[in-house]
Ligand binder design. Structure first.
Ligand code: 6PG
Length: 246
């Protein structure tokens, strides 16, 4: 779906988050969501912290995870957790026990193992299947912290792995959910904005580049939705457009 204005894109994302959370709560279930890292999702986080979502969303049932994290302390400005804390966690009545951050302050391998334990515990030893995984995409086609041509793309059993971003992408040391976990989700939502992403959006969505990490995201039994703004979607043709207002 392509949005003429970013505000509409983030409102659509917040609406989907809220509706999915309400559905889970209505069936007496917890709502498990993995937030995307990077800068793109921050406006959505801010929206969720405002009315009507602050009041609408059953926060006591919401369990927040992350699709990936940079190996930095949780107070570091580069931390995906810190960014979400500032924009969202500090403003909503989310119980502390519902926040499942990746311990970026630890050594990467230990952090990945710790996160896997957290995932297994939360999902009670059953299959790790998020209700919602929110992702971004890098201009090189990476998503979460799964980078092109790296062994992490071939991981079939681990839930989370330590990865290293290419030169020039800082911080380089990361921890990421693996593709099996992402593709097990009930719903995966990509949020992409900006003209610098137009080429990769076209490459992934219209050239079907399944060798790229973002192209490997294909939920086995879940929904896959790309919400892009008109700049990021400027090289697309023939894909459903959501004018959604002027
Ligand atoms: C991260 C991410 C990464 C991000 C893309 C897009 O920790 O950096 O999870 O996959 O989603 O790099 O980043 P922007 O939203 O900042 O463009």
């Amino acid at each position: 779906m392509i949005f003429r204005h970013r505000e509409q894109l983030f409102r659509e994302a917040a609406e989907r988050f809220a509706r999915a959370a309400e559905r889970s709560a209505a069936s007496g279930e917890r709502f498990s969501v993995a937030l995307a890292g990077g800068k793109t999702p921050i406006p959505m986080h801010r929206l969720l912290a405002e009315q009507p979502y602050r009041k609408l969303i059953p926060w006591a049932r919401v369990h927040l995870f992350w699709s990936d994290e940079r190996c930095v302390p949780p107070s570091d400005a580069a931390s995906n957790y810190k960014r979400a804390k500032t924009a969202l966690l500090d403003h909503v009545p989310l119980p502390q026990g519902n926040v499942h951050r990746i311990p970026g302050e630890r050594e990467p391998q230990a952090s990945a193992r710790s996160y896997e334990t957290e995932l297994r515990t939360f999902f009670r030893g059953e299959r790790v299947r998020f209700d919602l995984v929110i992702l971004g995409v890098g201009a090189d086609g990476h998503t979460a912290s799964l980078f092109p041509d790296t062994p992490a793309l071939r991981e079939e059993h681990r839930l989370a792995v330590a990865t290293t971003a290419p030169e020039g992408t800082e911080p380089r040391k990361r921890v990421s959910l693996t593709l099996p976990v992402i593709n097990a989700a009930r719903s995966v939502l990509f949020l992409v904005t900006g003209s610098e992403k137009a080429d990769i959006v076209h490459t992934v969505l219209e050239q079907g580049r399944r060798d790229l990490p973002a192209g490997r995201v294909c939920p086995e039994a879940g929904r896959l939705t790309w919400l892009v703004d008109v700049a990021a979607g400027s090289r697309l043709s023939g894909i459903s457009r959501a004018e959604s207002g002027g």
